[in-house]
Design a protein around this ligand. Structure first.
Ligand code: ADP
Ligand code: MG
Ligand code: MG
Length: 199
């Protein structure tokens, strides 16, 4: 079972990897965006870490709802409301249980990803974070390592795609040949699950 500490470790791992990879995320957002994805997520996850420490939510659901709310209110880019919705919806789906199973987390994350697709209107193949998140959720039944691998493959597979959503879509065919920054950061977020499971 996954307790509140698991979810705190997940958010801490995500914050650490966003800080570590911020320059790379911003560099990916340079040719097909406005070169702010790394700094957007750094600001957001710093706020998540601060809020989790200050408010000390005690259940998996409350931790993710608080984290999502911070991302929505502090990230002034498309990715903030989208990642915020992902975590908030996932948290709401977990309810107020003190511990959840991996299967419950997989089901809740599915609801979160559906929320992102409803909000942003992106489908798989549109060259967005959805291209990492959907394969990750599909693979979650096979464990956190399988989900990480699927998310990483999904992120790499955005390179030959033409963007149909978000800022990169303004470039039309010129968006082809660049890996999507949001799919790349989604792979970091999913990798955090495996790190959290390792303790
Ligand atoms: P902004 O484009 O506002 O500067 P960011 O640079 O932080 O925001 O995030 C860009 C990322 O957000 C993209 O790489 C893409 O993965 C994701 N994104 C943008 N629009 C959408 C959308 N409608 N649905 C899903 N993901 C999206
Ligand atoms: Mg950007
Ligand atoms: Mg921006």
């Amino acid at each position: 079972m996954l307790d509140a500490d698991f979810f705190r470790r997940w958010m801490a791992a995500a914050t650490a990897s966003v800080n570590r990879e911020a320059e790379r995320l911003t560099a990916l957002d340079s040719p097909i965006g406005d070169a702010d994805h790394g700094s957007n997520l750094q600001r957001g996850f710093t706020a998540v870490a601060t809020a989790l420490e200050k408010e000390a939510p005690e259940t998996p659901g409350a931790i993710l709802v608080l984290a999502g709310r911070q991302l929505i209110s502090t990230v002034g880019g498309a990715s903030g409301p989208l990642y915020g919705t992902l975590l908030r919806r996932t948290g709401k789906a977990l309810g107020d249980a003190p511990e959840v199973s991996e299967a419950q987390l997989a089901e809740a994350l599915r609801a979160g990803v559906d929320g992102v697709m409803a909000l942003g209107g992106a489908a798989p193949g549109d060259k967005t974070m959805i291209d990492a998140l959907v394969p990750a959720v599909d693979a979650l039944g096979d464990g956190f390592a399988a989900a990480r691998a699927a998310a990483e493959e999904g992120a790499v597979a955005t390179t030959p795609l033409q963007a149909r959503k978000g800022r990169a879509s303004y470039l039309g065919a010129r968006s082809i040949g660049h890996q999507d920054p949001g799919a790349t950061s989604s792979a970091l977020l999913i990798a955090g699950l495996e790190e959290a499971a390792a303790g």
